[in-house]
Design a protein around this ligand. Structure first.
Ligand SMILES: NC(=O)c1ccc[n+]([C@@H]2O[C@H](COP(=O)([O-])OP(=O)(O)OC[C@H]3O[C@@H](n4cnc5c(N)ncnc54)[C@H](O)[C@@H]3O)[C@@H](O)[C@H]2O)c1
Length: 322
């Protein structure tokens, strides 16, 4: 299979590219290599991908439609996985324009590309943040998603509605994935596990919001990419060929308990700087995996202790810490 994968130097994009390449697919990776977080991490992920002969990399922005069109035509690509985007809830409070440019304008370009090239399946990253502070637990795909608490969440909800309309009018098969706090080796430096690990090792305090009473459905990267690989081949065929799936572990954990596990594994105590709840943050996420389990026999396998230990092992090696 030939796949155009945007955001290939990003955390999820890197792991998914690697899995697809290991299974003998041809991956055309696109990334603008922006500096939202340390570019070195993106470069080191890219270095690993470039060892594969069936990996092609293009340093371009998703807004450069003509360039992407040319790649698709030249290699006769029929599948797109769109993971490029401005991630993170907190920056969307101070810099919403970045989210508009990549997540809304850029997303629209991807839709046009799919329409103009008769793409067989577009799979794109949405987010659990679309559920806002819904009280009904666990979150199901058909629950209300009309009250996004951040502009990031709003941009993802916008992607879902834009793509539904494109799917309805132009009959483009599209699947949106609501990822729930994905973590693991090569994870993002702006996410809690990375930040906590860094501060523990440097003996610095961690910023803890809301007394650590948040609850998150942490989902291990291997579980995520193995199901996404299956989803690429599951092309929606309903009248409006559009699907949405939650991708979570279904086992939410309180941040305080998460921290206890990290402390245990580092054998070090975390010092805490208590801060109030952040603007835009949701209190709890909890994925219902029923739909994905029913349709694709999805059963996440990796528990949090395993996931944290894999992350810490990678983190120490990557930063050359004994
Ligand atoms: N990691 C999570 O827990 C999580 C949860 C929910 C949703 N998501 C979504 O999944 C997707 C992947 O997330 P991730 O954790 O791998 O994030 P990431 O930031 O590591 O990866 C995104 C990649 O896209 C690239 N990019 C951003 N804007 C671009 C543009 N305009 N043109 C080209 N490339 C661009 C970045 O350079 C980056 O390498 C994102 O859309 C994110 O919003 C992630």
């Amino acid at each position: 299979m030939k796949i155009l994968l945007t955001g290939s130097a990003g955390f999820i994009g890197f792991h998914l590219s690697l899995l697809l390449l290991n299974n003998n697919n041809e991956v055309h990776g696109i990334d603008n290599m922006n500096n939202y977080y340390d570019k070195k991490l993106k470069l080191s992920r890219n270095k690993i991908l470039k060892k594969h002969t069936k990996f092609y990399f293009y340093k371009i922005d998703i807004n450069q439609k003509k360039k992407i069109d040319n790649i698709i035509k030249k290699f006769k690509i029929k599948y797109i996985v769109h993971l490029a985007g401005q991630a993170g809830v907190r920056d969307s409070v101070t810099k919403p324009e970045l989210y508009f440019k990549s997540n809304i304008e850029g997303f629209y370009k991807i839709l046009e590309i799919c329409r103009d090239n008769r793409i067989k399946h577009l799979v794109f990253a949405s987010s659990s943040s679309v559920y806002g502070n819904n009280n009904k637990i666990p979150f199901k795909e058909d629950d209300n998603t009309d009250q996004p608490l951040s502009f990031y969440a709003a941009s993802k909800k916008t992607n879902e509605t834009m793509s539904y309309a494109f799917s309805n009018i132009y009959k483009i098969p599209i699947t949106g994935l609501r990822f729930f706090t994905v973590y693991g080796p090569y994870g993002r430096p702006d996410m809690s596990l990375y930040k906590f690990s860094k501060n523990i090792l440097h003996g610095k305090k961690i910023d803890l919001y809301n007394n650590g009473n948040h609850i998150r459905d942490f989902t291990y990267i291997e579980d995520v990419v193995s199901i996404v690989q299956k989803i690429i081949k599951k092309i929606p065929s309903k009248k409006v060929p559009f699907s949405i799936y939650n991708i979570g572990s279904g086992k939410p954990k309180k941040i305080n308990d998460y921290i206890k596990e990290i402390q245990k594994q580092f054998k070090k105590k975390i010092k805490v700087n208590n801060l109030p709840l952040q603007l835009g943050d949701v209190l709890k996420t909890h994925s219902s995996n029923n739909l994905l389990n029913k349709e694709l026999n999805y059963k996440p396998k990796k528990d949090i202790n395993y996931g944290i230990s894999r992350f810490i092992k990678w983190f120490k090696k990557y930063h050359k810490i004994n």
